[in-house]
Design a protein around this ligand. Sequence first.
Ligand SMILES: Cc1cc2nc3c(=O)[nH]c(=O)nc-3n(C[C@H](O)[C@H](O)[C@H](O)COP(=O)(O)OP(=O)(O)OC[C@H]3O[C@@H](n4cnc5c(N)ncnc54)[C@H](O)[C@@H]3O)c2cc1C
Length: 442
Amino acid sequence: MTGPTQGRRAIVLGAGVAGLAAAFGLAEAGCRVLLLESRAWCGGRAFSFVDRASGRRLDNGPHALLGCYRGMRELLRRLGTDQLFAADRALRLAYRGPDGAATALALARLPVPLAMPFGLLALRLPLGARLRALWGMAAVLGPAPAAWSLDDWLGARGQRGAPDDYFWRPLCRAIMNVEPAACAAADFLATLREAFLGRASAAAFLLPLRPWGEILADPAPAALRRAGVELRTGARVAAIERAARGAVVGVGLSGGERIEVGERDLVVSALPWFALRGLVPDLAGGFGALRASPIVTVHFALADGGPLLPDDGPVTALAGGDPFHFVLRTPGGDPRQFALLSGGNRSFDGLRTDAIEGLARAQLARWFPGFPAAAPALVRVAKEALATFVAAPGSRALRPRPGPLPGGPPNLLVCGDWTDTGLPATLEGACRSAQAVLAQLR
Ligand SMILES: Cc1cc2nc3c(=O)[nH]c(=O)nc-3n(C[C@H](O)[C@H](O)[C@H](O)COP(=O)(O)OP(=O)(O)OC[C@H]3O[C@@H](n4cnc5c(N)ncnc54)[C@H](O)[C@@H]3O)c2cc1C
């Protein structure tokens, strides 16, 4: 292959999924690629750690894909781990109410616009609520003013109450990682349209069968080597040096090492916004103002022979759930193991892990009546304070397009989930941002 990238040197900063996708793509386009990652492993915000108490390899938080995540699935194929997922043919989501009442949304294998009315009407909710949810689903096709939060949209479309609790809020938390009041209606609806206007499989969850460390961190070094990418882990970028006329001329590492950047070389930042803004403060006017939303995950491993939770399938949304919103299980995994997840809830800030465990146990006892709050279990709390950026009304204007920063050096290109891909903070957004940068170089 010859072209503008052939033989060029590219230095990619950050080996999360955006950096991995960029590195593979640049190498394929003929660049000599150096990938710098501050941690000891690749994968960025989707990673695993070993819990010393249980010896289990646990995720920092559950990550699910949707069938429509094409870019992420391509990255997984490159890593050879695309088969480590259970893929339903269509969306299936179980619900529990605060009194234990259970229902489920299960779409038939038809195009979603045909399957959804049947799925919604089969929910065990009052008929009026089901009809309103159906009307709300049709309204997804319409535009929403940029200034509207999803909460504004829900109010204007008559979706408050059960449709909100059972349908919109769980989807908003799963996709946007914030409550509807903090989420831009237009961004949420755009994602729904992508997932819900096609085949049922595009809207289905793809759930990992193994910890994310096995899916990204373990295979990445060998796959990168095979692709000709030089990976350096433990390499924290401390400076992006620019010449007087603006081009990047060097990348400084925290140990004092300096990597020279030549005139034809490219620097592709796949760093999160909060890391990049410290390196180019004069260019961070817009994206520097993006806010972060947390995710708290409580992993349970129940004792042998003790009580189990009812098996609702891999994803249970806790309708009206506060502070936890979902129960997740590995498909086909050990029924004693599950995780409780809370997204975008600031009430955990400053709370100790034993207090968080107490909240999780109390909520389990309410949403699953009969399950004892004190059930013997090994419990591990994982807190991610900067899990995602908040796609709030107006935040789209703060997100630069993937590529050169406005007014920035022409040889510094940025990607990452926080750049303006039209998607919220997702693995797919991260991959697509890298693809957008590659498309500009062709
Ligand atoms: C707990 C949790 C659950 C989530 N659940 C989902 C989900 O279900 N579905 C979904 O699609 N998305 C989910 N997300 C969001 C998803 O993880 C992110 O959108 C995605 O991983 C972002 O990828 P990225 O490559 O843009 O950034 P990152 O993953 O943040 O990658 C950036 C990389 O840069 C490195 N780095 C940072 N600073 C430096 C430096 N100075 N020098 C060198 N390297 C540096 C970091 O170590 C990291 O490896 C979740 C996130 C979390 C935290």
